[in-house]
Design a protein around this ligand. Sequence first.
Ligand SMILES: [Mn+2]
Length: 457
Amino acid sequence: MINRASKLAEIIHNSEKIHVVTHIDADGITAGAIAALTLKRLGKPYSIEFVKQLDNNIQEKLKNENHKLIWFTDLGSSISSNSIIKNKIITDHHSCNQDADHSYHFNPHLFGFDGSFELSGAGATYLVSKSIDKKNIDLSSLAIIGACGDLQDKKNCKLIGLNQDILKDGKKSNQIVIKKDISYFGRETRPVYKLLQFANNPIIPGLTGRESACISFLKKLNIKIKDGDKSRCWVHLSKNERRKIISNIAELLLTKGFGHKITKRIISEVYILKNEKEGTELHDAKEYATLLNSTARYGQYMVGLNVCLGDRNKWLNDAQNLLRGHRKNLVEGLQFAKEEGIERREFLQFYHAKSGIRDTIIGIVTNMLLNSFEVSNDLPLIGFSFKEDGDVKASARGTQELVEKGLNLSIAMNQAAKDLNGIGGGHNIAAGATIPKGKEEEFLQLLEKRIKTQLSS
Ligand SMILES: [Mn+2]
């Protein structure tokens, strides 16, 4: 792996000019930012572009632009050996195309690691960056944000595998502090009662989804929800108050029969960016990732990128405004999907949002639905949404339990899409596809067959 990283480093050194192509999610933005900062520090001229996916149109366009070298980050693993794009390097963590030439490709899957939780696209890009110059060790914090953006800490309630080595770099370079704390989202910026109201994985019986119940829960524990006219967030609470809440949630879960294994999930490792301001989204890796997701997914690539590059004034302000819109869209998206209704079949469940949910956030909504208490999670969930170009986007999400039973959504989505002249891929637990409009039913049948075989083998 070290050799592959230094080989890619050498290709970068030998190239006069580099075009970076990256993905539009938080992992893609941080990966792109790591590449950009690496090239900037080298004094290499570079350009950067964000894409939703690497379809044939994009590949054709890139080929016609005659780049000296293209550096694909957080995507590119699907490129085959007969691709029209020749001068390229790839730092990705999605499942790989089997028949490709991997000599220019840095990907955990090629070295026996699982790219769904042991290394992210930003992490892969970081390891190559560090191979270029050890001084780039400070970029480890961006790699940690990318990993959290891809929910790589979810499986074990902490980052493991190669991500753990990156965490060590984060500590060593004085960027990251690791703490054990409540695993629910929004420690820094969400009012405590909102943090409880939106708690999932595990849900809190009687509290999740119920604002007034959360407020009275805190009142009963003698915990003020406001300080003057300002709502108190988790980070504003005293140690004692936090302990009280955690032990009461644990008790609630245990008395409702959730068991120790699930109850333990209320505590996770959290990653604090110690050089950022406390009480802002930038101080917590998970919240930072959500802030980034609010930018490029709405076409505002430069906002997220510039925040990662260190601009804390105008761009941060813009990002925070976009975050408000993103939160609203997620809430409305969830509501919309529930109203549309989720249809269950024998081996999968699905909903079709049509134009009701943007194709760029259908994956997030699908994941939130599958982890909510209103949707059962014994089957994978597929969400469809219309794309602007006339095709249909399909997003599939599974659970760890299903993956342990043999589910591999990357393979199932890839093959079902291919049979319909579409494209698809991703990870075993989360994958996406693009298919022609009107083929949804056919796609579901093909997909269900694949999933059935996987789960019964
Ligand atoms: Mn990624």
